[in-house]
Write a protein that binds this ligand. Structure first.
Ligand SMILES: [Zn+2]
Ligand SMILES: [Zn+2]
Length: 178
């Protein structure tokens, strides 16, 4: 059980945006993050459930980005009630004993429990301000700020350089100040 990788999964889900209804896209995301078993079992119902979760997780990031810590906590607590943890010790595939957050349920349930626990652990361990949304409009992608000085403002290098170019052009257009 790696809660940071689950928090990253929450970010990836949010950033699917409208693509979250596309089964092939969701399956690809799961495969690319090493969740091949979940990818193989993914059903249409899972995709629909993950889309609903995606919207709720996006709200969490929006609130965090706006500095509304109480709202972030309230939303995450609501999600924790609806996606309860049923921990089990597992040692599959010759791995050392490790905890699984939930066992035997639908793929969407497992991923929901993981994503919500991942975000809850970031918020309690590192702080609400570690969750943000990209400041390079119109991009609204979510990100996790793992920088040591909490300076992250963009979802990607691409958005950061786009914002820098826009700021540079705005300065050049601005009239000379006396
Ligand atoms: Zn395992
Ligand atoms: Zn962005």
């Amino acid at each position: 059980m790696d809660l940071t990788s689950y928090a990253e999964l929450a970010v990836l889900l949010v950033n699917l945006g409208d693509e979250c209804g596309n089964s092939a896209t969701v399956r690809k995301l799961l495969e690319e993050t090493g969740r091949t078993e979940a990818a193989a079992r993914l059903t249409r119902r899972d995709v629909d459930a993950l889309c609903e979760l995606r919207d709720e997780l996006a709200e969490v990031f929006q609130s965090a980005s706006g500095g509304d810590e109480d709202d972030v906590v309230e939303r995450l607590n609501g999600l924790l009630v609806r996606h309860p943890v049923h921990p089990q010790i597992s040692g599959h595939d010759g791995q050392a004993w490790h905890l699984h957050l939930t066992e035997g349920g639908r793929v969407a349930d497992t991923l929901a429990v993981g994503s919500v626990m991942g975000l809850a652990s970031v918020v309690t361990g590192l702080g609400v301000d570690r969750l943000g949304t990209c400041q390079a409009a119109p991009c609204r992608n979510a990100y996790l700020d793992t920088s040591s000085n909490r300076s992250r403002r963009y979802c990607s290098e691409r958005c950061a350089s786009r914002a820098n170019v826009a700021a540079y052009r705005a300065r050049r257009r601005a009239p000379e100040s006396a």
